[in-house]
Each structure stands twice: as C-alpha cells, then as structure tokens.
Design a protein around this ligand. Structure first.
Ligand code: SAM
Length: 265
C-alpha cells in the first residue's frame, strides 16, 4: 500500500497538504448540499485548514471554527500566511471553546464538518466528552443538516499495524473509535449516513520523521493539554519498545482516512 517515504521537504508540508484530503472532503460536502448563505461549523478546527477549504466551496456562508485557546495561535499563523487568499476568511469566525459545550444557539448550523479531531477530543474529554460533543452537534444543527466526520482506520500492513500499536501505547488516550461505534453514536441521535469514502495517504514517515513526531507527542502534548490532565509515556520508553520496528517499517501518516457524511432527520 505504501509507495514511498516522504522526503524531508514533503514532510515539512505534509500536515498542511494532507494529500488534498481536506479539499476532497469540502468538495464532496458541496456536491451534497444546496445551501448558499448558510452556517457551517468546523468542529475541532485546529489550524482552521478544513474551515478554509469549506470557505472556498461555500464563499457566501458563515464558517465557525471551534478550537482550544492554543489553536487560535496556530490559526493566526495560517491567517497571516499566504496558504489561502485573504478573502477566504471574510465570513470566518474562530470560537475558542471546548467542543463539549458550544457557544452557538440551537438549530443554527446547516453543515457540521470535522477533519481528524475526534481522537484529540477523546484525549482531552474521554468517551463522555465525545458523547457530549455529539449531543451539542445535534443541538446546534438544523433539521436536514449535513454532518461530516472523519477518522483513521489503520490497515494491515506492518507499518500500519505498528503505527496503531504506537498510538495505542503512548498513553495520550488519543484514540479513534471503529466505524460502527461512530455510526451508533450518531444514529442514536437520528443522524443517518448518506455517503462514505476513503482517502488513502500513500506516503509514510521515515524513522527520523517518526522520531520527531513521537518526541513532540511525548514531550509537548502533555504540556499543551496539561489543563486536561493529558499524560504520555516517555519518548525513551516508547523508542525502546518500538524503535527497532520503526527503523525497519517507518510510520504511517494517518494512512487511511475514512469520511462519513450523515444527514439529520
Ligand atoms: C487533529 S487536530 C484538527 C485538525 C484540523 N481539523 C485540520 O483541518 O487540520 C484536533 C484539534 O482538536 C483540538 N481539541 C482537542 N480537544 C478539544 C476540545 N475538547 N474542544 C475543542 N478543541 C479540541 C486540538 O487542540 C487540536 O487542534
């Protein structure tokens, strides 16, 4: 499944580019929605990169990005950069808040999107926080709203098996659930799937790139999310457990992104 390692140059931009995944998601949502001047909520918006793709596809709609205080700083860097034309941000508002309690009136949003944040939501808020957030999505969305979620489903290649083992052992508790679990949570709140597709990222991280990623995860994430009591094992412990296999197989970069678009009844 993997064709190659990222070069260091490609890896520098890998998170921003993500194989065009955010654009593909925004275009698919555009295809399924007939709104023009609506309200779109980008949940767990982070740097605001999916929000920007949504803004390009829905130029007359208001886009609300939701993230923690740290995320606002990352967003400001994207805002100041030339990654997107400045007009992208005309109707964009970043709301610094916890996704488990949204400062948005009920039945406001026509579309709710999400690009790979559900594992971080589990890290900061646990299973009950994920449930509360989905309750909030139900509350703030209009009837017939479209809800798009994405999560990673690692495959069976040695690199992917290793990558899943690493994220499961690191201690951060940043985990994705299985498809059935997400569907159950949404169907309980009367959201039904309309469309599903997969985006495959074919390149993987070299052992050195993986080392940098994992050092950040072990050393910085517990600091960034200290308010939420996030902890990890030490990088040395992680490397002594997985280093040899990482040198051999490299590490997957969120290899198989599963996207589900649901409709609210
Ligand atoms: C993987 S990033 C999201 C990536 C982003 N959607 C994109 O398009 O690049 C997940 C984000 O969720 C944020 N996050 C974690 N827990 C949160 C919570 N309880 N409420 C709001 N944001 C949260 C993290 O700070 C992080 O920036």
């Amino acid at each position: 499944m993997f064709q190659d390692y990222f070069t260091d140059k490609e890896y520098e931009n890998a998170f921003i580019e993500f194989g065009g995944a955010r654009k593909k998601i925004a275009e698919k949502v555009r295809e399924l929605s007939n709104i023009e001047e609506g309200v779109i909520l980008d949940l767990l918006s982070g740097h605001g990169l999916l929000s920007a793709e949504m803004a390009q596809c829905f130029p007359k709609s208001r886009i609300l990005g939701i993230g923690l205080h740290n995320d606002v700083l990352s967003f400001k860097q994207v805002l100041k950069s030339d990654i997107f034309p400045q007009k992208t941000w005309t109707y964009f508002h970043y709301l610094a808040c916890n996704a488990t309690s949204l400062p948005i009136r009920s039945a406001t949003c026509d579309i709710v999107t999400n690009f790979l944040g559900l594992e971080d939501l589990h890290m900061t808020s646990g299973r009950s926080g994920v449930e509360r957030t989905i309750d909030e999505v139900e509350r703030v969305s209009k009837k017939d709203a479209l809800i798009q979620i994405s999560y990673v489903d690692y495959g069976i290649s040695p690199t992917e098996v290793l990558t899943k083992e690493i994220w499961d052992s690191i201690g951060l508790n940043a985990i994705f659930y299985e498809r059935e679990e997400y569907l159950r949570m949404f169907e309980e709140r009367l959201f039904y799937p309309l469309e599903e597709f997969k985006i495959v990222i074919k390149k993987k991280m070299t052992p050195n790139q993986a080392k940098a990623e994992l050092m950040f995860a072990c050393e910085e994430a517990p600091i960034l999310f200290s308010n939420f009591g996030v902890k990890s094992i030490t990088f040395d412990d992680l490397w002594s457990k997985f280093g040899e296999r990482l040198e051999k197989y490299g590490m997957a970069f969120w290899s198989q992104i599963q996207v589900i678009i649901l409709s609210k009844t």
